[in-house]
Design a protein around this ligand. Structure first.
Ligand SMILES: [Ca+2]
Ligand SMILES: [Ca+2]
Ligand SMILES: [Ca+2]
Ligand SMILES: [Ca+2]
Length: 677
């Protein structure tokens, strides 16, 4: 742990009447070192859980409560930049930095998504000086900084005083729709319980009830509970009821009947569902800002433009994209781009989180003037969860997923006709540029991932029948796919330590806590917890103990190697993507095979994965062998296993301009093939 600590008190952002004025010791110069975002390797950090570099801000921290602050902070990340540099990642996406409501219903705001004051730092993570130290130290090593931002909501700041008694209550609804004590609530009603902190969505706005019946819009009561920093939000504009939609909590996800949809759920674009998602409070009582108001839009622009300046950020990961109307993004993103450029920061990158597996919704954000790219949730669900974690994978489904992006002349699974491209290929005005100065479109820069802080770890979702060895092989296979696919890969902290936690908060393990490295194994018929160990000398038996920030375990080393391979290959970073083989069945010569080329004019890399857990497979089916762009007569070599070489032949496939290649891949293994020189 480092001991150098500065105490730069009084470094705050002052906001008056929606206008942000910096109070900072001079405007420091900003870095501008992003050549091409496709060259970057993102590493996602939950700041509270990554490293504790400053014990003085550990108030309220409790390492043994998964929903409490654990003590991680920005100086901790500074202390561990060597670790990140050893892994090879190049861009750090950190938790939101703003001051939060401290706690809500027994849960702490360690994740950072419960904003109270948009202009101050979260004191658990450090002050502005610590944040800038992190940014400067990261930039000094060539790493970029990505800030996680929220524009949709604030934390649990107010309650709706539905019964107008001046205090927050919980009650039920009686048979006649009247308010009754919870115990007397009508059990057949959809609405049996109402919390004034988090009432169910009402399109007309949350209304009041008194003994005389409905009585207009419910008063909104901001709370002053300084003990947990539940005080009116800042800037002041956000302490006014008019700044919010005031329509209550989104219910349609758990109760599709609220929108007259079948139990299986509403269509992604169902107008009733979309209204709830856009105007409803995010579950947990996160109060939804009325982002249609220009003064709200202006304030949010000024807030986040200023964070670029003081934190020297190179990009935003944007939270809850689908909960804010597209018109907001068409206003916000171009202004942020312009501001960043004016401050000398080119290639500022904004990617949005629409937590949805439907490409029709995700791709809608690639049109218009909004975000530069999306967080690739459809790939996560259909490829990572759907195929990699399957006992009987159909890799044509993976190819089909990409057809939604680029368009395909035929359905790879042979089940339909041509697939039109849903993702727009039109670059944003004044948007991202590639290394060669050509503009990049949103469909070129999806941010891919195998896990993140909102879903269980990749290892967690694998069938429980699989052995530890199979799970690890599958993890390695998915990492190989992500590291060789187009777009920008994002790795969630702890994946390199084989963390396997389930849904939130179990997926937010503490990287410095030895208990995070424990595993449960069956020994002599009993389940025991013991520290993880791995086979360091390769003799088949585990000998090395796994410790915090371990850099010798097999998954750390594999990821380090993959990152090195990607960095060393322009084709893998920026090359065109062309699928060469996928399989339609879980049996046969080619079961589980997925093969794709990444090519620039100078270089082609062929990636061949075998997703089958059961068999060694080949890039052939019947008499047909895979066509490749390598010339007949060439010999290709596997970068992951240099002893493995294959000859490109002139016949056996239908090909134009290239040769034919029969590659053999063991179950759950991958090959990254280049021409041997
Ligand atoms: Ca700390
Ligand atoms: Ca009340
Ligand atoms: Ca909203
Ligand atoms: Ca050993």
């Amino acid at each position: 742990m480092s001991t150098h600590r500065s105490n730069a008190s009084g470094l705050v952002l002052a906001i008056t009447a929606g206008c942000v004025t910096p109070v900072y010791p001079g405007d420091l110069p900003l870095s501008d070192n992003v050549v091409d975002w496709r060259d970057e390797i993102i590493y996602q950090i939950v700041t509270d859980r990554f490293a504790n570099g400053d014990f003085s801000n550990d108030y309220g921290a409790n390492l043994y409560d998964p929903s409490a602050y654990h003590g991680g902070d920005w100086m901790g990340i500074v202390d561990r930049l060597d670790y990140l540099e050893t892994l090879g990642v190049t861009a750090l996406w950190i938790s939101p930095v703003v001051k939060n409501v401290e706690a809500d219903a027994g849960f702490a705001s360690y994740h950072g998504y419960w904003t109270q004051d948009f202009t101050r730092t979260n004191p658990h993570f450090g002050d502005l000086s610590a944040l800038r130290t992190l940014s400067d130290e990261a930039h000094r090593r060539g790493m970029k900084m990505i800030l996680d931002i929220v524009t949709n909501h604030v934390g649990q700041a107010f309650y709706y005083d539905i019964n107008q008694n001046g205090q927050p209550d919980e009650f039920g609804i009686g048979q006649g729709g009247e308010i009754v004590p919870l115990a007397q609530a009508e059990p057949t009603s959809d609405l049996v319980r109402i919390s004034e902190w988090d009432p169910d969505f009402s399109a007309a706005g949350i209304s009041s009830w008194t003994s005389l019946g409905p009585s207009g819009r419910a008063p909104v009561v901001f709370v002053a509970d300084p003990e947990i920093n539940r005080v009116p939000p800042y800037p002041e504009l956000f302490a006014a009821p008019e700044a919010y939609h005031r329509k209550g909590r989104v219910t349609v996800w758990t109760n599709p009947a609220a929108c007259h949809c079948p139990a299986s759920g509403c269509a992604y674009d169902d107008p009733c569902r979309r209204q709830q998602e856009l105007e409803g409070d995010f579950p947990g009582g996160l109060k939804d800002l009325d982002t249609r108001r220009q003064d709200v839009r202006d304030a949010l622009f000024e807030i986040y433009a200023r964070w670029i300046d003081v934190g020297d950020f190179d990009g935003f990961r944007i939270d809850t994209l689908k909960h804010v109307e597209p018109e907001f993004w068409n206003d916000f993103c171009p202004r942020i781009r312009k501001h960043a450029k004016e401050r000398g920061k080119h290639n500022f990158f904004m990617f949005g989180e629409a937590f949805d597996g439907d490409d029709r919704l995700l791709s809608s954000y690639t049109h218009g003037d909004g975000v530069d790219g999306v967080f690739y949730f459809s790939q996560y669900y259909d490829v990572m969860r759907g195929q990699f974690s399957s006992d009987s994978p159909r890799t044509c489904e993976i190819e089909r997923r990409h057809c939604n992006r680029f368009g395909c002349s035929a359905d790879p699974c042979g089940e339909g006709g041509p697939i039109p491209a849903l993702y727009d290929d039109t670059p944003r005005p004044d948007g991202l540029l590639g290394f060669d100065g050509r503009p990049l479109s949103a469909r070129q820069v999806p941010v891919g991932f195998i896990s993140n802080h909102d879903v269980g770890r990749f290892l967690f979702f694998m069938p429980t029948t699989w052995s530890q060895a199979t799970k690890r092989q599958t993890l390695h296979l998915a990492l190989t796919y992500l590291a060789t696919m187009d777009g920008i890969p994002s790795f969630y902290y702890g994946v390199e330590q084989e963390f396997s936690g389930g849904n939130d908060p179990a997926n937010r393990e503490t990287l410095w806590d030895p208990q995070s490295y424990d595993e449960q194994v069956t020994e002599g018929g009993a389940l025991v917890t013991r520290p993880k160990r791995y086979d360091e000398n390769g003799d088949g038996s585990a000998d090395a103990a796994w410790g915090p920030y371990d850099t010798g375990n097999p998954t750390f080393r594999l990821l380090q190697k993959l990152i090195g391979i990607r960095k060393g290959s322009a084709a893998l970073r920026r090359g065109d993507l062309k699928f060469r083989w996928s399989s339609r069945a879980a049996t046969g010569d080619d079961a589980g095979i997925l093969a794709f080329e990444r090519s620039t004019e100078a270089e082609t890399v062929l990636v061949v994965l075998n997703l089958s857990p059961a068999q060694e497979s080949h890039t052939r089916f019947g008499a047909a062998t895979m066509a490749v762009s390598f010339a007949a007569g060439a010999e290709v070599q596997d970068l992951l296993d240099p002893a493995s070489r294959f000859a490109v032949t002139p016949s056996g496939c239908q090909t134009a301009g290239g040769g034919c290649l029969d590659v053999t891949v063991p179950p759950r293994q991958a090959r990254i093939l280049v021409v041997r020189r």
